[in-house]
Ligand binder design. Structure first.
Ligand SMILES: [Ca+2]
Ligand SMILES: [Ca+2]
Ligand SMILES: [Ca+2]
Length: 312
């Protein structure tokens, strides 16, 4: 009996002694033995932040996943709605809109892992649609603080909140050009929703679309040449793309469902968007020419996703 115990103990000790070494030898005999020990930032896939209402939860929360739809991680945990995520250019922070303090939306920022939530705006009537400038120093956003929807800009820490548009119309959906010199936005100042661009100081407003349908939500391509946007000119909301001067407007999605919220991948080859073609809104991505439309969030009847923001 005693000998059996001793032998068993000896075997356990031997296993404990050699376990680290066997792990090590397994590691060095693998195909890429040292990859797990080195920073792999250069090979890290890009990430998509998005909004989803979890099962049995009262409101929307912000999630992040890799661009292939894997490793979905929840970032916010609050009974109030959290939505409209926008990446800082370095991928380290996410601006978003939350009703957690005032009950109506205000702009917040958090680290990309959901920590260090900071409250940036406190306006009456609420703020929305944060969009980070390409140099990371400023955030454009929408506010109703002066009586109607206008585009504003502030430093990324919330300082120097400045109005850029001054028009009784609905002005919304700011999107920076990659060189930081211009902001595309939507306005119905000429009778219905159209896409406009202006200089980053609010001057030089130029209309890019001109039709009787609604045109919304511009998104500048990373090379600065194209603007994706949403239009219901063909009967329901679809994703379109045009040159940055408004020429060559073409349809990328063409179906009976609602497709919206276009967001370019950092390499400009793909566009993520929200589609309700599977009943609930979910995140899709397609090639920049509209081909290869694939669902990213799981094909589960309870899964839903919207407002994708494609980060580095
Ligand atoms: Ca929430
Ligand atoms: Ca306005
Ligand atoms: Ca229009």
């Amino acid at each position: 009996m005693r000998r059996t115990v001793t032998v068993t103990l000896g075997v356990v000790l031997l296993l404990l002694l050699f376990a680290p070494f066997s792990d090590f030898s397994l590691g060095v005999q693998g195909d890429e033995p040292f990859q797990v020990h080195l920073p792999v930032v250069a090979n890290r896939p890009s990430r998509i932040a998005f909004v989803s209402v979890p099962p049995y939860a009262p409101t929307a929360e912000i999630y992040v996943m890799y661009a292939d739809g894997t490793e979905v991680t929840r970032l916010t945990h609050h009974w109030a709605a959290d939505e409209a995520p926008a990446w800082s250019p370095d991928g380290r922070r996410i601006a978003f809109v939350s009703g957690r303090d005032e009950g109506y939306g205000q702009i917040y920022v958090m680290n990309a892992d959901g920590s260090a939530v900071t409250h940036l705006t406190y306006a009456l009537m609420g703020d929305a649609a944060p969009a980070w400038s390409p140099d990371g120093r400023e955030i454009a956003f929408v506010s109703h603080r002066d009586g109607n929807s206008e585009i504003y800009v502030m430093n990324a820490d919330g300082a120097r909140q400045t109005r850029l548009t001054n028009n009784p119309a609905w002005d919304d959906y700011p999107a920076w050009s990659v060189d930081g010199r211009r902001i595309a936005f939507m306005s119905d100042r000429d009778g219905n929703a159209e896409i406009y661009i202006m200089n980053a100081d609010g001057a030089g407003v130029t209309r890019l679309t001109n039709n009787r349908a609604g045109d919304y939500d511009p998104a500048w391509s990373p090379d600065g040449r194209k603007i994706a946007f949403v239009s219901d000119r063909d009967g329901n909301r679809q994703i379109y793309v045009m040159n940055a001067d408004g020429m060559e407007q073409s349809n990328l999605t063409n179906n009976q469902s609602l497709d919206q919220d276009p967001a370019w991948s950092p390499d400009g080859r793909r566009i993520a968007f929200t589609s309700d073609r599977d009943f609930l809104p979910t995140i899709y991505a397609m090639n920049a020419d509209g081909t290869g439309q694939t669902r990213l969030t799981p094909n589960d009847p309870f899964d839903n996703g919207s407002m994708p923001a494609w980060g580095p």
